[in-house]
Design a protein around this ligand. Structure first.
Ligand code: ATP
Ligand code: MG
Length: 265
């Protein structure tokens, strides 16, 4: 059964999509079957996975509005080892299109039901907003990964995101939890980055992933070739960090599975 993870932070440009693409490729490199869902009208995860967002036959929008079967919106992400449900600017129509739909918060969850046995991980790349698309991702997920750039305004907005997660957990998805906070674009020579990082750890403890994603030019270049950094430069610090993150996530999930029930509650 797939572990469904939303990659969310309504703050823009913090590394959500970079994490979606590179984590999908890294998990796939460990022989996990992975589906990446582009839930952002910007279509960055789509382009970064080697699909042309201007030439899509079908996309996340069709799935959300019930116009296509899930089998018709899943595509192999070039030679990257994972599958993707792509998106483009059309997805902006989802917000209005969903208004009159029944179970509008559950559209993604309902649509994924038939494929959750096919994948080990389903990652949902959210838009930089707490809109209905993000709500659908959170309702469908059992964990939220929150990429955070360690800079002055990093913690601003985190409360709104935490409140949204808590609200969804209490109302429609009691399984939802914070899978982890991920420090991205980290520069260890920057004092402020180190301060923010220690604040995160002292506030969120174990929920901060040990793996830190460094600022690395290969991670920024790879999307222009439609490939993850793993296929662009196997030994770059960015590639190695996302491989380490995949390892950490798999280990954490295996530990959670082996915990006796009474410890989980
Ligand atoms: P949005 O909110 O617009 O969807 P995002 O949170 O998905 O943005 P990304 O698109 O992943 O963020 O990253 C923003 C920019 O920073 C991109 O140009 C990306 O290539 C670059 N970037 C992300 N992570 C790194 C990194 N670790 N090192 C260097 N550049 C990075
Ligand atoms: Mg993005």
């Amino acid at each position: 059964m797939a572990r469904i993870r939303a990659i969310a932070n309504q703050k823009g440009g913090v590394g959500k999509t970079t994490t979606g693409i590179n984590l999908a490729a890294s998990l796939a490199a460990t022989k996990r079957r992975v589906l990446l869902i582009d839930m952002d009208p910007q279509g960055n995860a789509t382009m970064g996975s080697g699909l042309d967002k201007y030439q899509l036959e079908s996309s996340t929008l069709d799935l959300m509005l019930g116009r296509a079967d899930i089998e018709d919106v899943i595509f192999p992400a070039a030679n990257n080892g994972y599958d993707i449900i792509p998106a483009n600017g059309d997805l902006t129509a989802a917000e209005v299109g969903l208004i009159k739909m029944p179970r509008k918060e559950y559209r993604l969850r309902d649509a994924l039901a038939s494929v959750i046995r096919r994948y080990h991980y389903i990652l949902v790349d959210c838009p930089p907003s707490l809109n209905m698309l993000t709500v659908n991702a959170l309702v469908a997920s059992e964990g939220v990964m929150i990429p955070i750039q360690c800079e002055y305004y990093a913690l601003e907005g985190l409360t709104a995101l935490m409140n949204t997660i808590e609200h969804i957990r209490l109302s429609v998805n009691r399984n939802l939890e914070i899978a982890g906070l991920l420090r991205t674009m980290f520069d260890p020579r920057n004092n402020l980055a180190n301060d923010v990082s220690s604040q995160l750890v002292s506030h969120f403890g174990d929920r901060v992933y040990r793996t830190v994603i460094p600022r690395n030019v290969r991670l920024a270049e790879a999307p222009s070739y439609g490939i993850p950094a793993l296929s662009h430069d196997r030994s770059s610090s960015g590639t190695l960090a996302y491989l380490a993150l995949a390892g950490e996530i798999i280990r954490r999930d295996q530990q959670a599975e082996h915990k006796p029930d009474q410890e989980i509650s």
